[in-house]
Design a protein around this ligand. Structure first.
Ligand code: NDP
Ligand code: AKG
Length: 488
């Protein structure tokens, strides 16, 4: 039965005001745990709405960039404080709208707050260097200027953290922002923007516009008054966005897929490796670009590792993320569920041995949600589709190798290079791994997922446009360097 009757409608936030789209149309955002539950209605915006958002951002940026960094930081601190008061409500909305469990959603919301505070402090840190000139009477130094209007195109898998780790640095360095969230999580995004609105940001500095990616996302990438686009999502769309920006000389930053390996060495603490594999691969239903997907295990410990892994995977409780005993929620949308099921089918067809899961749960109470069981494949080889393409679901592929060299070679044998981890007690193994693994994030005795907000984040190969987000690295994208030469 539909529970749409009382679901609220959320508006765009443009020039400091909440307003409906000129289209007069809305679309529903539903719960992946029960497709009959509408979490809210969002605006189906038009290019005209988008242009209004961009023009308001362009106008507001002129005064915003003139504020002292510390003054801009004060607004971010205020937004963090408002969000902290609303943490439970925002996290619950995230769980209802996207499916991850409530503790995960609370953790992510807390992370969003911490990111805001981190970048608030950035407003008081150095932005340039003094460089000795060859002219003894001159002073030469660098400073940084904002890009102008920044378009943020965000995915649904981290509906709070990703928009914030893009918006907070954009704002602190003096840019204004137009946020286009994924449609699946636009209600959560509206609640985040409510916090910014309550913090009293000047009108137009931050704008929210919801609608189709092909209209609003593409429109942002092509808009001549948008100076930079920061995007996280699929490789296909990311490349389209990059090309649109390149064609008109705008700056762009793309964070895309991963096919992240964990290597389990013969001397690994197997219990730790099992926990890291399960957490890295199956938390958030495997829907992280940093999720563990390939588990490359040395032959000496393969059987023992597999046994320990299976003992724990069998205990995983799939269900509605709002329920206390649920360990794993649903896929975030129907497309994602279909994608995961089709990769599982391919795995079976290509000869991998299905050890666990592989379909939808039998519990009739879960029939209206996009649930899938945690899935483990044995005897996977590097040439199989499930060990090459991003699945973005709770599917682990076990691959057996005989040496650490073979393990690293197999780990590198994909188009992606976002995150990778190794479990080992050997210094020589971990040094080889750190040196030879082609990934932007290499982690030792820790799972592939879980990035720290103060450290650079991004991938190699097809995983990103080669820039880095978060930490102090963010300044490289959200500002341009100006070299100043002064002679009396
Ligand atoms: N790196 C990561 O963290 C993520 C990776 N993915 C990968 O992508 C796959 C597909 O997920 P999906 O949600 O379809 O990802 P998309 O790349 O389609 O979506 C990401 C964002 O881009 C927007 N968008 C869609 N089309 C365009 C366009 N033509 N121009 C500009 N923006 C656009 C989307 O809007 P809208 O909501 O309207 O579609 C959304 O805001 C997943 O299975 C996974 O493999 C997905 C999400 C995150
Ligand atoms: O692992 C994380 O915490 C971040 C993952 C991420 O950035 C993503 O999935 O897009």
């Amino acid at each position: 039965m539909s529970t749409a009757v009382n679901a609220p409608t959320y508006q765009n936030y443009i020039n400091g005001e909440w307003s409906a789209s000129v289209s007069g149309q809305t679309v529903s955002s539903i719960s992946p745990a029960n497709k009959n539950e509408v979490v809210g209605y969002i605006q189906l915006s038009t290019p005209e709405d988008l242009d209004r958002a961009v023009q308001s951002a362009k106008h507001a940026q002129k005064a915003w960039r003139k504020l002292a960094g510390s003054a801009r930081g004060e607004f971010l601190y205020k937004a963090a404080n408002v969000m902290e008061k609303r943490l439970n409500e925002i996290a619950e909305t995230m769980t209802r709208e996207m499916g991850k469990t409530l503790p995960e959603a609370k953790g992510e919301t807390a992370r969003g707050i911490a990111i805001l505070r981190y970048y608030a402090g950035e407003g008081m840190r150095k932005v340039g260097d003094v460089i000795p000139s060859t002219d003894a009477d001159a002073l030469m130094f660098t400073t940084r200027v904002p890009l102008g209007v920044v378009g943020v195109i965000a995915p649904w898998n981290f509906p709070v953290a990703i928009p914030i780790w893009k918006m907070a640095p954009a704002l602190i360095y003096g840019n204004s922002v137009v946020l286009k969230p994924a449609q699946e999580t636009a209600v959560t995004a509206a609640k985040v923007i409510e916090c910014f609105a309550e913090a009293g940001f000047p009108a137009g500095v931050i704008n929210l516009i919801t609608g189709k990616g092909s209209v609003i996302g593409q429109g942002l990438a092509e808009h001549s008054d948008v100076s930079g686009i920061t995007f996280t999502g699929s490789n296909q769309v990311g490349k389209q966005v990059g090309q649109a920006c390149l064609a008109r000389g705008a700056k762009y930053q793309l964070e895309m897929g991963g096919k992240n390996p964990v290597i389990v060495a013969a001397d690994a603490d197997l219990d730790l490796a099992v926990d890291g594999t399960i957490s890295g691969g199956l938390r958030s239903t495997g829907q992280k670009c940093t999720a563990t997907s390939r588990v490359i295990v040395l032959s000496e410990v393969y059987d023992e590792f597999r046994e320990k892994l299976m003992a724990k995977v069998r205990t995983i409780k799939v269900g509605n993320g709002l329920e206390g005993d649920t360990w794993m929620g649903p896929c975030a949308n129907e497309n994602q569920l279909e994608t995961v099921l089709s990769y599982i089918q391919k795995g079976i067809e290509e000869g991998a041995e299905l050890l666990h899961g592989g379909g939808r749960p039998e519990d009739p109470a879960l029939a209206d949600g996009f649930f899938v069981t945690p899935t483990v494949f044995d005897n996977v080889t590097s040439s199989m589709t499930i060990s090459k393409e991003e699945i973005f679901g709770p599917v682990l592929a076990l691959i057996k190798v005989d040496t650490i060299e073979q393990a690293i070679e197999a780990a590198n044998e994909v188009e992606f290079g976002l995150s990778a981890s190794i479990y080992t007690a050997s210094i020589s193994n971990l040094l080889s791994f750190i040196q030879d693994m082609d990934a932007g994030l290499v982690r030792v005795n820790a799972e592939t997922a879980g990035v720290e907000l103060q450290a650079p984040f991004g991938g190699m190969k097809q995983s990103s446009s080669h820039s880095r987000e978060q930490g102090q690295a963010a300044i490289e994208f959200f500002t341009a360097i100006k070299t100043v030469f002064v002679k009396a």
